[in-house]
Design a binder for this molecule. Structure first.
Ligand SMILES: Nc1nc2c(c(=O)[nH]1)N=C([C@H](O)[C@H](O)COP(=O)(O)OP(=O)(O)OP(=O)(O)O)CN2
Length: 154
């Protein structure tokens, strides 16, 4: 079937294109105000899956008939996600200043975030980051484990 770049209508439904890519980071964290094992310092391999959506594809140039070049998409996602890799992710003001100083003196790499370090908050954080970077993001999934996933979506 011959298609062009105009938004297509099939069976009365407007159709569009989605892309997804994924990256991961290994890091340590603990949950503040949590009664249970996750109040202790522990690690995860967080998987971050990013979905884009557009009705139309690029109409010219190197990106013709692409939503975005996969190479560019994965680079953007990887660069943001890897900022957390092999760091200790700390919710701001959750550790005593002397603890922070001691960890930094040991040259441990800390990443401070202004939110409780739940998967839900990471999903929203990455969604907002990728929007700010100009990606037409519609959904971000964050998995702490292979069995559990948090989703933030439009
Ligand atoms: N809705 C959420 N619940 C929990 C989160 C979260 O981000 N969102 N996070 C945690 C902890 O960080 C914990 O590490 C993960 O919890 P859990 O799946 O219970 O622990 P395990 O990966 O060790 O799973 P097991 O099945 O017990 O091996 C808690 N809840």
């Amino acid at each position: 079937m011959l298609v062009d770049n105009a938004q297509s209508l099939e069976g009365g439904v407007y159709m569009g294109f989605s892309l997804k890519t994924q990256s991961y980071f290994n890091a340590a964290h603990f949950l503040t105000n949590y009664k249970g094992k996750c109040e202790n310092l522990h690690g995860h391999r967080w998987q971050v899956i990013v979905y884009l959506y557009k009705e139309n594809l690029s109409s010219q140039g190197e990106d013709k008939d692409m939503l975005i070049d996969f190479g560019e998409f994965k680079q953007i996602v990887r660069a943001e996600v890897k900022k957390f890799d092999h760091t200790f992710i700390v919710e701001e003001n959750s550790l005593h200043p002397e603890t922070v100083r001691a960890l930094e003196q040991e040259t441990f790499k800390l990443t401070f975030v202004p939110f409780r370090t739940t998967s839900e908050n990471f999903a929203r954080y990455f969604y907002q980051r990728f929007c700010a970077l100009g990606l037409p993001v519609v959904r971000v999934e964050v998995d702490e484990t292979p069995h559990n996933c948090a989703i933030y979506e439009a």
